[in-house]
Write a protein that binds this ligand. Structure first.
Ligand code: PEP
Length: 257
């Protein structure tokens, strides 16, 4: 299967930004800019407090709404947490899981990413599972070992049917929010490696069908180069997703990529 039959997905990760009126304003600005986009799935992953506003603003448009995390239990004594069922019931479609900021600041591990991924799938959500190496790990030449381990653990005991509902975001930690982007060749190399790991764990057809995004300081200037690569099927975008014109440029680059 070739790149042109995989779904390109450009997802914004708003992180801890935007009040509800600001969220509505950003989506209202984005809607007409991307209304004619074809062949690219557009997703805005927003803070929990913005979900209802974002779902209403995106209704009837080609913009899907995602959350930035979910808990792995269905319900119970987990103060401050949100379950996958709660998100699905609202009409949320996607959820970012295992983002490096969650791993770094909130002690998330591959084990909890695996549990969250299973919970999200059980609720009917599409997980965007983030993997990526630290700068130190890249310098020590163990990027592939790190990524192989994350893929194996994050997707442990997830069936072939279910993994096909997932998106994987390759996000080198050293490139997130730093302004340092992986070169298109570096992104391609690791995205191709992820696909090869999926082929080993599942099979070739499954691996070829999964959307693998690049994330890490992707912006209006470098997007075209990144998404033109065979194994880079779109992007997970932080900072640049907060500016409608820049996010649109990235989306249009993926349309042509
Ligand atoms: C992200 O938050 O997933 C991300 C890639 O951020 P940025 O684009 O700002 O580096």
């Amino acid at each position: 299967m070739k790149k042109n039959v995989r779904k390109a997905i450009i997802a914004g990760n708003w992180k801890m930004n935007k009040t509800r009126p600001e969220a509505k304003a950003l989506l209202d600005e984005l809607k007409p800019l991307v209304a004619d986009v074809k062949g690219v799935e557009i997703v805005a992953c927003v803070p929990f407090t913005n979900l209802e506003t974002a779902l209403a603003a995106a209704e009837g448009t080609n913009i899907k709404i995602g959350a930035e995390n979910c808990h792995f239990e269905k319900s119970g004594a987990f103060t401050g947490e949100i379950s996958a069922d709660m998100l699905a019931e609202m009409g949320v479609e996607y959820v970012v899981l295992g983002h490096s900021e969650r791993r770094q600041y909130f002690n998330e591990t591959d084990e909890t990413v695996n549990k969250r991924t299973k919970a999200a799938l059980a609720a009917g959500l599409k997980p965007i599972v983030c993997v990526g190496e630290l700068l130190w790990e890249r310098e020590c030449n163990i990027t592939e070992e790190v990524i192989a381990r994350q893929i194996k653990l994050d997707f442990f005991a997830i069936s072939k049917e279910d993994v096909k509902k997932c998106v994987i975001a390759y996000e080198p930690v050293w490139a997130i929010g730093t302004g340092k982007t992986a070169t298109a060749d570096q992104a391609e190399e690791v995205c191709a490696f992820i696909r090869a790991q999926l082929a080993k764990l599942y099979d070739n057809d499954t691996a070829e069908s999964i959307t693998i995004q690049y994330g890490g300081s992707m912006n209006a200037k470098n997007a075209e180069d990144l998404v033109s690569k065979t194994n880079v099927d779109g992007g997970l975008i932080g900072g640049a997703s907060l500016k409608a014109p820049d996010f649109t440029t990235i989306i249009k680059a993926a349309e042509n990529g």
